[in-house]
Design a protein around this ligand. Structure first.
Ligand code: PMP
Length: 360
């Protein structure tokens, strides 16, 4: 069976060794005589799988002991609501850095619960650069500061952590978590949908500083309180067991690859190659300011947009799929998460050069 290079923004490519191990273990996991999908989440086999996955994630990210890891559902989108419900802690104001279409969605949801102050707003420049930021832009009454380190649609990324003084910093890391080393202690809370750099869709990971979890807004549904999940080892209700297991295989694979330092070097190299190919051509363009270009999601356009359809169709025939930009912005986008090998980026560049030669 031949596999394509899948540039989808998510659900995205998974490492082939992970898929092979899952295939080998599909009908019966170790000596259990059953598939992981069929196991009780409270049985000793699944508890062992779950605990190992958490231990490996903690090791990869060097998560300090006062941070808890939650394996939840509802996607990053549910975190847009859970964050204000749990982190306002009696306050009524929060700061948001508005840097792309995902930040905007987080802002819209937070506005249901509190006053939102935009510490920076990149919308006037169409989310192509990050406005100057320092902590003096923050509202002193804000209960927390939320930002999106990597904007999946716009391809705009922070390469440094914003200074927020002693306020809890909350990050939607859906499309950048595990792509490089991270100093978790700089954050109050990190969340990420799994379907890009962690595993299959259906799982959402939250890493939260324990002291932020016990003051949810009155009336918050039980399932939306971090404390519920913290007190029940993410098993208050039935967790997404199979996605949790696959995430565990991905964490093992990352460790085998040399951990996040090795992934960071590889990801930086992949992105640099692709941006160089775009910048060196007269044929393609990328609108994002150089210092803020994403390592994970590389949007690009063809100067003659009439050629986009042909580009996408021919790329597909060449085994390079899911290169269409997000429906809200159009153009093309190559998502090059951890599981995309350097050979896949190389194949895309060769195709792009050849297409430009034939159509330029
Ligand atoms: N935030 C970011 C940065 C994303 O990239 C996405 C998904 N593309 C979301 C939030 C929404 O995630 P979900 O579909 O898991 O709710």
């Amino acid at each position: 069976m031949s596999r394509v290079y899948n540039f989808s923004a998510g659900p995205a490519m998974l490492p082939e060794p992970v898929l092979q191990q899952a295939q080998a273990e599909l009908p019966a996991w170790q000596s259990s005589g059953m598939s992981v999908m069929e196991m009780s989440h409270r049985g000793k086999e699944f508890i062992a799988i779950a605990e190992q996955a958490e231990a490996d994630l903690r090791e990869l990210l060097a998560i300090p002991t006062n941070y808890k890891v939650l394996f939840l559902q509802g996607g990053a989108s549910l975190q847009f609501a859970m964050v204000p419900l749990n982190l306002l802690r009696g306050g009524n104001e929060a700061d948001y850095l508005n840097t792309g279409l995902w930040s905007k969605k987080a802002v819209a949801e937070a506005k249901k619960y509190c006053q939102v102050h935009l510490a920076i707003n990149a919308e006037p420049n169409n989310f192509t650069t990050l406005p100057a930021y320092d902590s003096s832009k923050l509202n002193p009454y804000a209960a927390y500061v939320h930002y999106t380190p990597n904007e999946t649609i716009n391809g705009l990324e922070f390469h440094t952590i914003p200074d927020v003084g002693d306020k809890p910093l909350v990050a939607d890391m859906s499309s950048t978590i595990l792509s490089r080393p991270l100093d978790v202690s700089k954050y109050g809370l990190i969340y990420a949908g799994a379907q890009k750099n962690i595993g299959p869709a259906g799982l959402t990971i939250v890493i939260v500083r324990e002291d932020l979890t016990d003051n949810a807004m009155p009336g918050t549904p039980t399932m939306l309180m971090y404390k519920t999940h913290l007190d029940n080892q993410s098993m208050y209700n039935t967790p997404p067991t199979y996605a949790w297991y696959i995430a565990g295989l991905v964490f093992k694979w990352l460790k085998d690859q040399g951990g996040l330092a090795a992934m960071g070097e590889r990801n930086q190299r992949k992105a640099a190659m692709l941006y160089a190919a775009i910048d060196q051509s007269e044929f393609y363009g990328n609108p994002v300011a150089l210092p803020y270009r994403s390592w994970m999601n590389v949007p690009f356009t063809i100067k003659n947009p009439d050629l986009e359809k042909t580009f996408l169709a021919e790329a597909k025939t060449a085994g390079l799929v899911s290169l269409a930009g997000h429906r809200s912005v159009g153009g093309m986008r190559a998502s090059i998460y951890n599981a995309m090998p350097e050979a896949g980026v190389q194949a895309l560049i060769e195709f792009m050069n050849d297409f430009a030669k034939r159509n330029g």
